[in-house]
Design a protein around this ligand. Sequence first.
Ligand SMILES: Nc1ncnc2c1ncn2[C@@H]1O[C@H](COP(=O)(O)OP(=O)(O)O)[C@@H](O)[C@H]1O
Ligand SMILES: [Mg+2]
Length: 45
Amino acid sequence: MAKRITLDHVNAYYGKFHAIDDLSLVIEANAITAFIGPSCCGKST
Ligand SMILES: Nc1ncnc2c1ncn2[C@@H]1O[C@H](COP(=O)(O)OP(=O)(O)O)[C@@H](O)[C@H]1O
Ligand SMILES: [Mg+2]
């Protein structure tokens, strides 16, 4: 069964660098989802 991905107040650090700050989002199953933003904004992370 297809499942969604839910992020709830996620933070990510590279050492002391705070790369992802309090990110909450839902990626729905069977839907095309794109992350769009400038270089180094945290898309890949
Ligand atoms: N392995 C790493 N070590 C340290 N800093 C990193 C590393 N990977 C990414 N970063 C930093 O985290 C931030 C987000 O990077 P990234 O997720 O690659 O952005 P994007 O994919 O939007 O270009 C940038 O400031 C980048 O320099
Ligand atoms: Mg990237």
